[in-house]
Design a protein around this ligand. Structure first.
Ligand SMILES: [Fe+2]
Ligand SMILES: [Fe+2]
Length: 291
């Protein structure tokens, strides 16, 4: 692997830097001026609703983390408790305020920890399983944050094009700055585990099996309603024009780390499948509504 070795100190420094650089976005630093609420609603209303919910579901993500990895080290604790959660919750509150401003109902986050996670949490009490779960937690984080980075990039461009420069700059623009640091944290953490050979071959095998069976796009919560809604987001953002390319982007980290035995699978098929499924469910839903 030609990459630099990622030491625990490097990851820790990254987290400290994120905390220093990016306190939660101050509410009063955001200009919520919208020139054309109707146009904004028709173009990005659905995306706003989806993203607000996903950001607010960070409360559940923290509960899940505590179930799965109750003994995280200080760097991980500092990341989720002092940096990540405060930033993401603020993203959710800001996006929700904007969607209510333009006449949409407030977001309804799903904040209950699922049975599946609780069962996995019980299995994760065994140290070798705990390591597998920790690795998958980092992969999930990397894929999830990459989806956020891409969504906010496309939105910033779209809003600027529409002449909604106040929210493009002061709302989405500020959120957009914070997501790449989250992605980097998960990516570095997962990469470091591979570089330091924390996982034995059987643990990597197990991670592959579980990942293939349980991969979920951000905010889909193992539920077809949310999967269809994700398909709508993909279309609103125009990501369906190159769905395979999008799958490659959000699957790059695990393609490289988890599937290295297959020369680094460029696009893990289960990710591309999940995307195709979400778009298909969205179309089914549209057809039902039209009928
Ligand atoms: Fe966020
Ligand atoms: Fe994030």
């Amino acid at each position: 692997m030609p990459r630099q070795i990622i030491t625990p100190d490097k990851i820790r420094d990254h987290v400290v830097r994120l905390g220093d650089l990016y306190p939660p976005i101050p509410m009063d630093s955001v200009d919520f001026t919208v020139n054309n609420p109707e146009l904004l609603k028709s173009r990005f209303g659905h995306v706003l609703d989806y993203l607000a919910r996903v950001e607010l579901e960070v409360d559940r993500n923290v509960l899940e983390l505590l179930v799965l990895l109750p003994d995280v080290d200080e760097t991980n604790r500092m990341f989720y408790a002092d940096v990540w959660h405060p930033q993401e919750i603020r993203h959710g509150l800001l996006l929700d305020r904007l969607q209510v401003d333009i006449g949409q109902p407030p977001s309804e986050p799903m904040n209950e920890v699922s049975m599946g996670i609780k069962v996995l949490g019980m299995m994760a009490k065994l140290p070798p399983i705990q390591e597998v779960v920790r690795f998958m937690y980092f992969l999930t984080g990397a894929s999830t944050e990459r989806q956020a980075v891409l969504a906010y990039n496309v939105m910033t461009e779209g809003l600027t094009e529409m002449g909604e420069s106040a929210i493009a700059k002061t709302l989405i623009g500020q959120i957009k700055q914070q997501e790449p640091g989250h992605f980097a944290f998960y990516q570095m953490s997962a990469t470091s585990m591979i570089q330091h050979e924390v996982l034995k071959p059987w643990q990597l095998f197990l991670a592959r099996v579980i990942r293939e069976r349980t991969y979920g796009l951000v905010g889909t919560n193992r539920n077809d309603k949310y999967r269809a809604a994700y398909g709508g987001v993909v279309e609103s953002l125009g990501l369906d024009a190159d769905l395979y390319g999008y799958a490659r982007e959000i699957g790059r980290v695990e393609g490289r780390l988890l599937w290295a035995n297959r020369n680094g699978m460029e696009v893990p098929p289960y990710i591309f499948d999940a995307l195709k499924q979400s778009v298909a469910l969205y179309h089914e839903q549209l057809a039902e509504q039209a009928a």
